[in-house]
Design a protein around this ligand. Structure first.
Ligand SMILES: [Zn+2]
Length: 187
């Protein structure tokens, strides 16, 4: 298992400046128009498209890099599609304690419940579990000469962060997630 120091040093190596302006609250009537406008004009994160269907592995999104670049801000692309990491202590959801759900910022897949968020003191939003095991997939990550377990969105394959075995009891897991990979919808 990694030491916290090793983890922080590694993530700093590939870190990005991550101060972002929070997106405006989602408005169902305007969401599509805003999304189109945002892709043309803005570089601040926008809500992912609303979908009434529950994402499944069978309904995975497969877009080209060019299509993802149209949907995402440059920072979202670097983290969600290229496996980057936001700078510790800078994420916009790090201190968010409001009730609600955290969705994938790329595809709107509901990933984490606010009630499963906790203060891990690591500098990144942390959760004890996903909403459902099939919403978040894991795979080995051997980059930076470390053995880590990457977590990705099961719907769009977007990089979320990593899961570690130093979480609180009784589960003992820490889902360490980039704020950039998430979009919070308050309850
Ligand atoms: Zn996704």
């Amino acid at each position: 298992m990694l030491t916290r120091r090793a983890f922080i040093l590694t993530t700093f190596t590939g870190a990005l400046a991550a101060c972002v302006t929070p997106a405006p609250p989602p408005d169902p009537k305007e969401s599509l128009r805003r999304a189109r406008l945002a892709r043309l004009t803005a570089k601040t994160p926008q809500p992912p498209p609303q979908s009434s269907s529950i994402p499944t592995r069978e309904a995975r999104i497969a877009l080209t890099d060019a299509q993802w670049r149209e949907r995402l801000t440059p920072q979202q692309f670097e983290i969600l599609r290229e496996g980057g990491t936001e700078l510790a202590w800078t994420g916009r959801y790090l201190k968010n304690k409001k009730p609600g759900r955290y969705h994938c910022a790329a595809c709107n897949n509901p990933l984490f419940e606010a009630e499963h968020k906790y203060n891990s003191r690591t500098g990144w939003p942390s959760f004890t579990r996903p909403i459902h095991p099939e919403r978040v997939l894991t795979r080995p990550d051997l980059r930076h000469d470390l053995e880590r377990t990457e977590i990705v969105c099961a719907h769009c394959d977007g990089h979320l962060g990593h899961v570690f075995e130093d979480g609180p009891e009784p589960i003992g897991l820490r889902y360490c997630v980039n704020s950039v990979s998430l979009f919070f919808r308050p309850r």
